[in-house]
Structures are given as structure tokens and as C-alpha cells.
Design a protein around this ligand. Structure first.
Ligand code: SF4
Length: 329
């Protein structure tokens, strides 16, 4: 190994493969800087916790804007749900490449394993990632690199091919064994790391895409509550649990909040890209009281911006057959 070319940036997700690839390369003497890319679709806290528990110092970079832009029309399409894995990986490498100079690093690595995921980790898909990112010649995938075409760091001898591995397939047994040998203290179970592969979540996301409402504000609440489409510009969210209400409350800013005036229970958040009329509030309130078991069939709902609830409206519960068309998920 050429000693002046041994520093790499690593895509870090907090998953098993992304942890062991860093530990593995470090065990071979490379200096690895794990980079975690944050978007509303990933579980930031989980990744941060995994890094901490395994004594890894990660860099965190928010790529929400770039990721949303890509998500609207991914060149290589979506997987089973709304997961544009090829474009997503390509984008991440492209952005990571832009940080090589900042961290004085020479190449990039990732914990991708050949054939682990049918859509994004077969040979063609990895080649497509290379194309999308346009910087593919600087990528090394140490867990499978012996099965993959050589890239610049291998050709130049910065990375010794014979030290790389030849893992392929969906089984995690080899990686679990490596985790033990490399002293990894904790790692998450397989799957569940990306909301773009979650059935319920992606139904709500599809609704935003269909109505051209994909932006940070509308995405902020997508993981919580019941969701309703009031009209083409307007959505209603109704919280399901107290924990959910407590999580959402500090995030509220300009949204209209609705709540039963005289009984405790869930609250509703109305989000719209146009002015919210009294008609919208009335309809949303009639849905809200349907989901409050303590509310009367006709009851008072109070509303206003971010818990300055200075207005009252009296409404009747919406009928079951009228409610159905508004339900998203
Ligand atoms: S599962 Fe999610 S984070 Fe992973 S590549 Fe696919 S879209 Fe990106």
C-alpha cells in the first residue's frame, strides 16, 4: 500500500455492513472517515447511536435537498416501494466525492455486498451507480471487491486487491462473524433502515408526489399520525398517540392546529399550499372528532396557528361513508 494514499471516506448508514467495512479497513491500516448522510427518510438517531456504541467518529451531512430532487424522477426508477436505490447510492457517492478534498481523502468505500439486494447490489446495478455518480472509478467495495472490476485505488496499488473480500449473497453470517472478530459491540437487525421501503409511509409519500407537494415542510410529519387528503392542495394529519403528539408538537410552526375544546384527545394538523378556508377547517374538524372517542357527535373544535387556538367551530362527526375518500393511510 502506498502510504500517502490510505485515507478514504466511507458511506455510513449505521447498518451492520457499514460498520464492519470501516472496522475491517481500519484493521488493515487504512484511515477511514465514516460519513452519514441525513435525510427525512433515514433514522438519524439510530445511526448516531450505532456509531457511538462502536466508538466511531462519524461526519454527518444533510443531503435532504439533493435527495428530494432525485426522488421525484429517479433515472433508474424505484424498487418495490418508493426506494430509488441505484440513484440514491449514485447520488451519495457523487456528494461524497465532493468532500474528498475537504477531508484530504483519496478514495471512497462502502459496505455494499454483491447480490445482497436484488435491485441495487447486482453487478449491473453497481455499474449503474458508477455511471450515476460519475466518480465510480474512485469507489472500492471491500466486502465484495475481489468479485468486482478493479477501480483506480486497486490499479494504482493504494488498496491491495488480495486483502479485499469476496462476500456475495443475502446471508449475513460472514458479516456477523466478522463483527465478532472485529470487536463490533452492537449492530441493528437487517432491514428497516430506510422509510422509502416502508409500505405505509410510501403510500403517504406517493400522495405528496401525486400532488406535487414534495418538500421539506410536508415531509416533516409524514412518519406520524393518520393522513387525509382534504383537497389537491391540502392535507390533514391526526395524531394517534400521546407519544406521537409530544413528538410532533415542537415541530409545529405555521400549520393550523385543530383540537376538541372540551375533551382531551388527538389534535389535527392542517397543511396546505394555499390559503386555508373555513370550509377546510370545518371538514377537518368533522374528521378530527370522528377520531376522538370522548367527543360528542356534535362538538366544539378550537383552532389556530401553533397552539394559539383562539377560534372555535361547532361541527358534527363525519359519516363513515363520507370519510373514506379522504383517507390516505
Ligand atoms: S434503501 Fe433507501 S437509503 Fe438505501 S439505497 Fe435504497 S433508497 Fe437509498
Amino acid at each position: 500500500m502506498s502510504l500517502d494514499k490510505n485515507r478514504a471516506l466511507s458511506l455510513f448508514s449505521g447498518g451492520l455492513d457499514s460498520i464492519i467495512v470501516v472496522k475491517f479497513m481500519e484493521s488493515l491500516g487504512y484511515e477511514i472517515i465514516p460519513v452519514y448522510f441525513s435525510t427525512p427518510f433515514f433514522h438519524d438517531q439510530k445511526a448516531i447511536e450505532m456509531a457511538k456504541v462502536n466508538d466511531m467518529k462519524i461526519e454527518i451531512i444533510d443531503i435532504t435537498d439533493e435527495h428530494l430532487e432525485m426522488l421525484v424522477k429517479p433515472k433508474y426508477g424505484y424498487g418495490k416501494y418508493l426506494n430509488p436505490c441505484i440513484d440514491c447510492h449514485g447520488l451519495m457517492f457523487k456528494i461524497l466525492h465532493g468532500y474528498l478534498d475537504k477531508y484530504d481523502a483519496d478514495f471512497m468505500i462502502s459496505g455494499e455486498v454483491l447480490q445482497q439486494r436484488p435491485m441495487s447490489q447486482n453487478k449491473n446495478a453497481l455499474a449503474a451507480v458508477r455511471k450515476v455518480s460519475t466518480v465510480g472509478d474512485l469507489i472500492v467495495r471491500p466486502l465484495s471487491q475481489r468479485l468486482l472490476p478493479d477501480t483506480l485505488p486497486i490499479r494504482e496499488g493504494w488498496v491491495k486487491k488480495e486483502e479485499m473480500l469476496d462476500i456475495s449473497g443475502r446471508s449475513r453470517s460472514k458479516q456477523m462473524q466478522m463483527a465478532e472478530e472485529l470487536g463490533v459491540k452492537e449492530y441493528p437487525n437487517a432491514g428497516g433502515g430506510c422509510l422509502l421501503t416502508d409500505n405505509g409511509y410510501t403510500k403517504r409519500l406517493q400522495d405528496l408526489l401525486d400532488h406535487e407537494m414534495l418538500n421539506k415542510v410536508f415531509i416533516k410529519f409524514l412518519a406520524y399520525g393518520r393522513h387525509f387528503r382534504i383537497d389537491k392542495d391540502t392535507k390533514l394529519l391526526i395524531t394517534r398517540t400521546k407519544a406521537e403528539s409530544d413528538t410532533i408538537s415542537p415541530l409545529l410552526k405555521d400549520e393550523i392546529i385543530i383540537k376538541c375544546k372540551n375533551v382531551p384527545g388527538p389534535f389535527g394538523v392542517i397543511q396546505s399550499s394555499k390559503e386555508i378556508t373555513e370550509e377546510i377547517i370545518k371538514l377537518s374538524a368533522s374528521i378530527l372528532i370522528k377520531y376522538n372517542s370522548k367527543a360528542n357527535d356534535t362538538d366544539i373544535v378550537t383552532w389556530g396557528k401553533a397552539f394559539e387556538l383562539n377560534n372555535d367551530i361547532t361541527v358534527s362527526k363525519i359519516e363513515d361513508n363520507e370519510l373514506k375518500p379522504f383517507k390516505i393511510n
